[in-house]
Structures are given as structure tokens and as C-alpha cells.
Design a binder for this molecule. Structure first.
Ligand SMILES: NC(=O)c1ccc[n+]([C@@H]2O[C@H](COP(=O)([O-])OP(=O)(O)OC[C@H]3O[C@@H](n4cnc5c(N)ncnc54)[C@H](OP(=O)(O)O)[C@@H]3O)[C@@H](O)[C@H]2O)c1
Length: 258
């Protein structure tokens, strides 16, 4: 139901959103939520086929959606991708950093290449895209940056040595960007999901006993669903979040506080 009251709090009408990782899993679900709340969304990831399919599905759901392919682990490709977004669609008002990777070797076997790649995609790219788009949002006096962190920002979980570090860094980046740009109308927050079935977690979900054990450790008694993030993402990227900034909001069924 759309009413003037709800629109003033939550509508993303007239806003442009760039969603990295928007072709799959949580990023795709958040892109659809933003699109359904009125934003024109641009999806960014590496593979054109899933990007095209996701954009098509979003359009079928009534959203304005398009995509740009870029490898965010490569700084030159990231710059070129960001330039293409601006050239084709204009400067984004909303940036959602959902692209992420999680190699899971035991800590002692984690290679420097895996470490570097995890940091490049999960932490450097959100920083670089923030540098690219944050100052413009501040100059225009309105913007929203939403990083997708993880409950692993505050706990160790299943051979995710580099991943947890990157997500803890993302929570700190959230505060630093919020400090820089909040007084200019740019709210910067992170959303931390719990444990959700996506291609990223397929290997862990392959073990039903472990999956069930994780569900039991949450307060809600279940693992996350892709639909669980829509309301928080729309709120944190919308007008109602103008005084909510620098925060990491855990949408994890209480997992992080057990
Ligand atoms: N699933 C969970 O339980 C969970 C929990 C907490 C946090 N998260 C976070 O949620 C976010 C989304 O994860 P997900 O579970 O939805 O995973 P997913 O379904 O595997 O999606 C990952 C997305 O990132 C993109 N991507 C990966 N490497 C990239 C690169 N180098 N450049 C550009 N795009 C890249 C992928 O597309 P391409 O492969 O085509 O590039 C895909 O769109 C991640 O930040 C993840 O850390 C997930």
C-alpha cells in the first residue's frame, strides 16, 4: 500500500541505485526491493548472462533495471565500470555494495592470493566505489551507501579467516564514510545478514546437520531467507534513514547476539 505518509518515509521514487553483486543471492534480492520501492537500479557483477537474466526478471516485476559488467577485484575494470554506469545512467544516489567472495580454506592454508582477492572484492571495491560516488552525493546533498557486511564481522565462523576480516573492515569503513559525508545528507550504513542459502554458502548448506545446527543457534530458530533483507534495505537507502548513519544493522534472527 502506498500512501503519502509511507512514501515520505520509504519511497525511492526518482532515485538511481547501483547494486554490486546484483545478479545473485542477497544483492539480487536487495536490487529487486529497491526497484519495487521506486529506484531505477543498475546491477554490477562480472558475468553478463546472470546480470542480463536478473535485470530481465526485475523488469518483469515492474522495476526499471539494467546492468554493467565489471570485475570489482580489478581496479582498472572497477574504474571503467563506474565510468560506464555514469555515462549510461548518470551518477547514482544510492550505492549498495553486495558483491562478495568467501574462499574457505583452513586458516593455515589460506594463501596470500586468496587473502588479496578477498580484500580486493569485499573491502577495497566498496572503498573505491565510495571514493568515486560519495563526494558527488555529498555535493548534491543527498546520498545513501549500504554495505553488505556479515555476522562474521563480529565472530569467527567456518574457515572464513580472510572473509571475516574483510567484513569487520567494512563495518569500520561504514563509520569512516559516515563521518565524512553524513553532514552533507549522505547516510552510510551496513546490513549484516546471518546465514542464508546462496551460491556463496552452497558448500556449507550441502551439510544438512551443520545447516540445522546453525539455525538452532539463532534466536528466530531458522536460517535467513532472501526476502528477509528487503525491508531493512529499503529503509536504510530511503528518506527515513537520514538520521541513521555509521551503523551496522544485523538482520540475522538474533544470531550475532547469542
Ligand atoms: N549468503 C550468506 O549467508 C551471507 C551472509 C552474510 C553476508 N553475505 C554477504 O552478502 C553479499 C552477497 O552474497 P550472496 O550470499 O548473495 O552471494 P552470491 O549469490 O554468490 O552473490 C555474489 C555476487 O557477487 C558477484 N561477484 C563476485 N565476485 C565479483 C567480482 N570480482 N566483481 C564483481 N562482482 C563479483 C557475483 O557475480 P559474478 O560471479 O558474476 O561476478 C554475484 O553477483 C556478499 O557480500 C556476502 O559476503 C552473505
Amino acid at each position: 500500500m502506498s500512501t503519502p505518509y509511507l512514501d515520505a518515509l520509504f519511497s525511492l521514487g526518482g532515485r538511481r541505485a547501483l547494486v554490486t553483486g546484483g545478479s545473485s543471492g542477497i544483492g539480487r534480492a536487495i536490487a529487486e526491493a529497491l526497484g519495487r520501492a521506486g529506484a531505477a537500479v543498475v546491477l554490477m557483477a562480472r558475468r553478463p548472462d546472470p546480470l542480463g537474466a536478473a535485470a530481465e526478471e526485475l523488469r518483469a516485476a515492474g522495476c526499471t533495471a539494467d546492468w554493467v559488467a565489471a570485475d570489482l577485484g580489478d581496479r582498472a575494470a572497477l574504474r571503467a565500470g563506474a565510468d560506464e554506469v555514469v555515462r549510461r545512467f548518470g551518477e547514482p544516489d544510492i550505492l549498495v555494495n553486495a558483491a562478495g567472495v568467501n574462499p574457505r580454506p583452513p586458516m593455515g592454508e589460506l594463501s596470500t592470493a586468496e587473502w588479496d582477492h578477498t580484500m580486493a572484492v569485499n573491502l577495497d571495491a566498496p572503498f573505491l566505489l565510495g571514493q568515486r560516488f560519495g563526494p558527488g552525493m555529498a555535493e548534491r546533498g543527498w546520498g545513501r551507501i549500504l554495505h553488505i557486511a556479515s555476522q562474521q564481522a563480529v565472530r569467527a565462523f567456518g574457515n572464513s579467516g580472510a572473509y571475516g576480516v574483510s567484513k569487520a573492515g567494512l563495518a569500520a569503513l561504514t563509520r569512516s564514510q559516515a563521518e565524512a559525508w553524513s553532514r552533507h545528507g549522505v547516510s552510510v550504513n551496513a546490513l549484516a545478514p546471518g546465514f542464508v542459502r546462496t551460491p556463496l554458502t552452497e558448500a556449507v548448506f550441502a551439510d544438512p546437520a551443520r545447516t540445522e545446527a546453525v539455525a538452532r543457534r539463532t534466536m528466530a530458530g531458522r536460517n535467513g531467507e532472501l526476502t528477509d533483507f528487503a525491508a531493512a534495505a529499503v529503509f536504510l537507502t530511503g528518506p527515513g534513514a537520514s538520521y541513521v548513519t555509521g551503523q551496522t544493522v544485523f538482520v540475522d534472527g538474533g544470531f550475532s547476539v547469542t
